[in-house]
Design a protein around this ligand. Structure first.
Ligand code: 8YV
Length: 328
């Protein structure tokens, strides 16, 4: 039997929500992990039987662990999150209970930053729309594709100058863009201009890139006022979380010509995308693929397992956002 190889006898691992198939397999085969049932009706009985034995959860930003689930796992010591964003896990409840939380920073920075730049180029140059034009046989029928807008040398504002925001800034600097940013606080060592509100940032740029973490602190930070400040020649790029943008206000601005375009990898109610956006050629819609490359997902999987091993063996996490307090 390999099931007890990596899980010490005083630990039980629980998988919460779907994960990368190879990670699910490893958790099951090498860690003997339990799986939380999807059906709400089955969860109560499962948690009454198994809740008290669970010491570690592995989950992702899609599912996470809320305060109710934490209460049903009284001996939980760590939530190991596949993904850099952990907004679906209640970190305040975790900190209160001494439950550690880890994520997978750094390993996905390059791919997510590439996605932001790709979205910006696509929406401003309309490559996806022009591709549809060719495929629909419109080039010979309707002639040249209409002119689009230049990406290089534009003014770009970044909301959230963390690891990913900084990687986007670095790439766009090579495109000759002028970078400014808004953050919770000014970064002492940043070469870019700090602007103290999202609306003021939006007013002074051609493109606004959302790279801030999700969660209550940033909910609808990009609201109707910010979108209007960006204006009818401005573009919005979001590779962070749908919750950071007021999606109804964004749809309203796009459908009424008050914003030039948007490149979106994330939405409020994934996998559902507002119907009104589907017909617009000045919008590029991606199904949350920012980190979705073979190389990056493998690195995320490895870091997830390394965090789990570190917790199971030493009671610590390698990349904690909340330090575990409990000796299990
Ligand atoms: C993940 C993401 O792939 O890391 C994140 O926060 O949004 C993506 O890169 C996703 O969370 C996995 O479910």
């Amino acid at each position: 039997m390999t099931t007890s190889l990596r899980t010490p006898p005083n630990h039980t691992v629980l998988q919460v929500g779907p994960l990368k198939p190879s990670l699910e397999r490893t958790l099951s085969e090498n860690y003997g992990a339990l799986v939380l049932p999807d059906e709400a009706s089955e969860r109560g009985a499962f948690l009454s039987t198994h809740g008290p034995e669970v010491t570690a959860v592995v989950t992702s930003g899609r599912s996470g662990v809320d305060a109710d689930l934490m209460r049903a796992l009284p001996h939980l010591g760590a939530v190991v999150n596949f993904g850099v964003g952990y907004d679906t896990t209640d970190v305040d409840a975790a900190a209160e209970r001494g439950v550690g939380v880890s994520n997978t920073p750094d390993v996905l920075t390059d791919c997510v930053a590439d996605t932001a730049v790709g979205l910006m180029i696509d929406v401003m140059r309309q490559f996806s729309a022009a591709d549809r034009y060719v495929r629909a046989g419109r080039w010979p029928a309707d002639g040249n594709y209409p002119l689009t807008h230049q990406v290089s040398n534009r003014r770009v504002g970044i909301i959230g100058l963390g690891r990913i925001g900084s990687a986007i800034a670095k790439r766009l600097t090579a495109f000759g863009c002028t970078i400014s940013y808004h953050n919770r606080s000014q970064k002492a060592d940043s070469p870019y201009a700090y602007v103290d509100s999202p609306a003021a940032l939006a007013r002074g740029v051609d493109v606004l890139v959302v790279a801030a973490a999700g969660g209550d602190g940033t909910r609808r930070l990009v609201d109707a006022e910010v979108i209007d400040a960006l204006g009818s020649s401005g573009y919005l790029i979001n590779i962070a979380r749908g919750s950071v943008v007021d999606e109804a206000a964004l749809v309203d601005a796009l459908t009424n010509g008050r914003l030039a375009g948007a490149g979106l990898d994330v939405f409020t109610d994934e996998p559902n995308v507002p119907e009104e956006l589907l017909a617009l050629d000045n919008v590029v819609l991606l199904p949350h693929v920012g980190s979705g490359t073979v190389e990056t997902r493998a690195a995320m999987e490895q870091l997830t397992l390394d965090n789990l091993d570190e917790f199971l063996r030493n009671g610590r996490l390698l990349t904690p956002v909340v330090e575990p307090a409990m000796a299990v």
